[in-house]
Design a protein around this ligand. Structure first.
Ligand code: NAP
Length: 306
């Protein structure tokens, strides 16, 4: 694929930014990629493994002359980072992000935008439970969705260019409005993570009673929960603080369903349980048919993907 931007700057050098860098290199999408992370330790790791063509010691230096700047920091840090880099952004540049929540990021970033900079929020629906500069890999976005969430009056050319960039990273691209994005993600990602965190918390309490049998005899269902519940605490704290309304709405529906199933178990309503599980099994099949997961044993997730 041809080069899409001359210079790309990645701010924050964790799982998503490092995967973007390797995927940019795989496809030759940019002339130069600069990177910045707040801690010296992360910048040192990035330099050691060759992550980014140039790792800078300040965000200002990294974004100077960049045609595309992507904020790859936790959602709660987006506003402060945008304020810091805003004066250095080149007129005509595109500013984007990869945050898991969109309305809060738009509210935090938009007030800092200088005139002539195109702000196009985005969210790649791809990740693992690993974090940090060494966790990324070029294939992370392959055949995954990347949602672009344009604000009103977004110019057509920068939007089309960002779409081409994400397609070059391997993703399928769609557009969505911010409120709808946050509701959809509350269903498909945020609430499931909260449930996983809760279930692992319950098991941990129980472990104190059963003397580690929960770990020793951990079966597939619980193991999958623990994988999700190993996700980065900062990132997920910020997701729930910033996607509060949609998460509470879905959690309300979830607890209603849970009580209905609890009652079915109590009164021995096998037909209700069977019908419910038949319906949910069909959803799993449609996710596999849509190419969004694999039916390989352990979902093909044995060991970290590199
Ligand atoms: P990560 O691996 O934990 O990396 C986060 C990066 O942000 C690190 O370089 C960190 O710097 C920097 N950072 C953390 N707090 C900061 C602050 N207060 N100010 C400035 N920089 C800060 O995170 P990630 O998984 O790549 O996630 C990055 C973004 O992508 C988040 O907004 C997340 O919601 C979104 N996202 C994540 C996933 C996923 O599954 N992980 C999927 C889609 C989207 P140091 O290393 O120097 O501390």
């Amino acid at each position: 694929m041809a080069q899409v931007y001359d210079r790309v700057a990645l701010i924050g050098l964790g799982l998503i930014a490092s995967s973007m860098f390797w995927a940019v290199k795989r496809a030759g999408l940019a002339g130069e990629v600069t990177g910045y992370a707040r801690s010296q330790a992360t910048r040192d790791s990035a330099r050691r493994i060759g992550l980014c063509d140039r790792v800078c010691d300040s965000a200002a230096e990294a974004v100077k002359d960049a045609d595309l700047v992507v904020l790859c920091v936790p959602v709660g840090a987006m506003g402060a980072v945008a304020a810091e880099i805003a004066p250095q952004l080149k007129p005509g540049a595109t500013l984007s992000d990869v945050g898991s929540v969109k309305q809060a990021v738009i509210e935090a970033v938009a007030p800092h935008l200088p005139a002539g900079v195109h702000f196009i929020p985005a969210h790649p629906l791809a990740g693992t439970e690993h974090s940090g500069p060494e966790s990324g890999f070029a294939e992370l976005f392959d055949n995954r969705w990347c949602l672009l969430v344009p604000v009103p009056d977004t110019a057509a050319e920068p939007l089309a260019r960002l779409r081409t960039f994400w397609e070059g990273l391997g993703a399928n691209v769609d557009e969505m409005d911010p409120a709808h994005h946050d509701l959809v993600l509350a269903v498909t990602s945020h609430t499931p993570h909260l449930i996983a965190y809760t279930m692992v918390g319950v098991a941990d309490d129980l472990r104190r009673v059963t003397d580690s049998e929960v770990i020793k005899y951990s079966a597939a269902g619980f193991r999958d929960f623990t994988r999700i519940a190993a996700s980065d605490p900062t990132m997920w704290r910020d997701v729930f603080l910033t996607n509060k309304d949609a998460t509470l709405e879905i959690l309300g529906r979830f607890t209603e369903e849970l009580f209905a199933l609890q009652r079915a178990i109590r009164i021995g309503d096998g037909e209700k349980l069977f019908d419910y599980f038949t319906r949910t099994r069909a959803i799993r099949r449609s996710i596999i048919e849509a190419g969004q997961d694999t039916d390989a044993p352990d979902f093909g997730r044995i060991g970290p993907k590199k």
